[in-house]
Design a protein around this ligand. Sequence first.
Ligand code: FAQ
Length: 339
Amino acid sequence: MTASQAALEAVFDAAVAADERIEPRDWMPDAYRAGLVRQIAQHAHSEIIGMQPEANWITRAPSLRRKAILMAKVQDEAGHGLYLYSAAETLGTSRDELLDKLHSGRQKYSSIFNYPTLTWADVGAIGWLVDGAAITNQVPLCRCSYGPYARAMVRVCKEESFHQRQGYEALLALSRGTEAQHAMAQDAVDRWWWPSLMMFGPPDDESTHSAQAMAWKIKRHSNDELRQRFVDIAAPQAESLGLTLPDPDLKWNEERGHYDFGPIDWDEFWNVLKGNGPCNEQRLSKRRKAHEDGAWVREAAAAYAGKHDGRHGNDNHGRDDAHGRHDEQHTHTHGEAGA
Ligand code: FAQ
């Protein structure tokens, strides 16, 4: 390391120690940049892949009110993906590059989205448990040392808390409904509970990135700490819902001031990460197809932007309004044909 590099690193370390934000143009260690891109990309991919299990129920939502809420939620997840890809772009990595890595299986997305949504109650269980776990993990990320990621998290967390409440309310309606509805809600909770605990990542002693990420204040708490926090929040909520969590070992431990809970099946977690979960293949192939189907939109948007910013060598830009309008119309027709 040269003397000037050492000086830059000292400034970076001091900023992190003082809880100041690192901004895109600041000097940062290569490993800090790479670690952030890895985590932010995985997070962004999770948001857009996470649209699939819930979108599965948009056409079959039990009322217009539920349908409208679910559509808005799924759309919010797309928005979260966009904030996060933008945050990754500030680190010098394009969205195209990240999507390519997702589609080729070189980057991960959250294990939770490799499970199927078998009944309407799964939408409620996802809102309550999956969004609940996501908030528990993401609220501390609002204090992440990297400015653009931390700021994106503020808005994401506000929206996630609405998502969590809609899930809780949907499950409550089912739990207080007919016997069959109650059973459907219980079945969904039985299937989503353990995968939700896995969302927090492997146990601390098997977490490869936690120590460095915490030293750099990217992560503020360890995987196990956040998992425990989530169990402590969810256990009493399950009681209010009139549902049971599928863990015979779950009980309040007065001495620890926390709920004890049973062992997590980590073989299942690692197996899902290897691509062998119930829906891994389906999720990725649907995502790849959506990307291919959207190629014309990206091309049209780029052509339109090229005409208007004058940077692309388009021979009619800025000169011919009539021609511009014709092209927009052409794009539109193409869209209908492609739909
Ligand atoms: N799934 O060393 P660690 C949502 C990987 S958003 C898959 O402990 P780290 C919203 C990890 O990448 C949900 N892979 O890793 C929504 C690493 O592999 P690598 C996503 C996992 O990064 C709701 C290896 O295991 N949230 O739900 C998982 O320090 C409803 C070793 O692990 C975020 O991404 C996993 N669960 O800690 C959307 C939040 N866990 O990269 C739609 C931000 C670990 O070396 C509907 N991310 N791995 O090949 C984080 O906080 C962290 O990345 C953790 C993992 C805590 C997820």
